[in-house]
Design a protein around this ligand. Structure first.
Ligand code: COA
Length: 331
């Protein structure tokens, strides 16, 4: 079965969930978006815009803190002092990204405490790719280079979107991700041009990660649930397939350039259409993973749960004498 990152073909039906909105306010809101204006927290917005943005930014924030875990486990084992320092700085940046994103999501009304409760209880999603193990240093390098590359493709597009606080957070995040990308590329090139054993390790790690990387951009546009409304309101500035195609365009040549191969015999660019063709990802497996049944979901959430519990006394101490939302034990 073949897939293709071809031009998205989204349904053109009017979005549901807007029946109770004031049509005049809704028209003004959509006109502002059409003019390229930013929507700010105090501005009028349809409940569905608020809900969709909260969902997406919250999932993004969770992906940053959970995403710091697979690379974080390699800080103590990174080969050499310089790599160790860089790995540590990168992981710290990722947690900082979560901080920015939770703050952006909070402007929409949901508390950070509730978001973390929803993450720990498995109610909120986070990126599928962080539910896979990193058995070798080479696996960590694949994340540093290619997952960050994928994230930049998505985030550079969405940084031009309609919601001010999210766009400003993405601008800052993209600036830092650009360093991560260079760090990851350098680490992969180092391994791929090293000893035969290092090269083999790098190739095997890439083979392990490729299927997850292909699904990182979300289901194909035909299957995507939220793309239509998110693109209509310029929250997503490119569809899942467009991001996937752009990533393949930018990074497959770079991967091939350093002599690595990709584990998909059908991967090729159709020069006539400009679209990449590839073996259709296993979307059933993708669904299982994002719904909690991937190889590392339980482990990742257990780490977060422990972090919340172990950090409770710090939050209590910081807010001593004040009524603070973070002092309550997590349900
Ligand atoms: N990992 C986990 N879940 C994913 C996913 C992924 N790679 N791609 C899609 N999903 C989930 C969606 O969250 C949605 O679930 P929900 O309805 O329970 O919330 C479902 O699959 C259907 O997907 P779709 O309709 O395509 O969702 P979307 O329009 O929100 O697009 C993203 C998915 C990831 C492209 C989009 O949310 C996005 O750009 N997010 C911001 C960037 C981000 O989070 N990056 C990951 C970390 S760097």
């Amino acid at each position: 079965m073949y897939g293709s990152a071809s031009t998205h073909d989204l349904p053109s039906t009017a979005p549901t969930g807007l029946e109770n909105e004031d049509p005049i306010l809704l028209a003004e809101f959509e006109a502002r978006i059409a003019r390229g204006e930013k929507i700010e927290p105090g501005d009028w917005m349809p409940a569905l815009y608020r809900k969709q943005l909260t969902r997406m930014i919250e999932q993004h924030a969770h992906s940053e803190i959970i995403g710091s875990l697979p690379e974080g486990t390699w800080i103590t084992r990174a080969p050499g002092f310089r790599r160790k320092m860089a790995q540590m700085a990168k992981v710290q940046d990722e947690v900082g990204h979560a901080q920015l994103l939770y703050s952006a999501a909070e402007t929409l009304g949901k508390t950070r405490e509730q978001m973390l409760v929803d993450l720990i209880n498995g109610k909120s999603k986070y990126s599928n790719v962080f539910n896979y193990p990193t058995p070798t240093w080479a696996d960590s390098n694949v994340i540093s280079w290619l997952i960050d590359a994928g994230a930049i493709v998505n985030q550079l597009a969405n940084a031009k979107g309609s919601y001010g606080p999210y766009c400003r957070a993405l601008d800052r995040i993209c600036a830092e991700e650009a360093f991560h990308l260079k760090y990851g590329h350098d680490a992969v090139v180092h391994m791929a041009t090293g000893t035969p054993i290092q090269r083999k390790m790098m190739q095997e790690a890439l083979n392990r990660w490729w299927p997850a990387i292909m699904t990182f951009f979300g289901p194909s546009d035909k299957m995507s649930v939220h793309t239509e409304i998110l693109m209509r309101w310029k929250v997503k500035m490119a569809s899942n397939d467009e991001c996937r195609n752009q990533f393949l365009d930018m990074y497959v040549p770079k991967i091939w350039e350093i002599g690595l191969t990709l584990p998909d015999a059908n991967l090729r660019k159709n020069e006539e259409t400009g679209q990449w063709e590839f073996t259709e990802p296993d979307w059933e497996d993708f669904k299982r993973v994002i719904n909690g049944d991937g190889p590392c979901n339980a482990e990742r959430l257990a780490v977060r749960r422990a972090a919340e519990e172990n950090g409770a006394w710090v939050r209590r101490a910081l807010s001593a004498g004040k009524t603070h939302q973070y002092v309550r034990p997590l349900a």
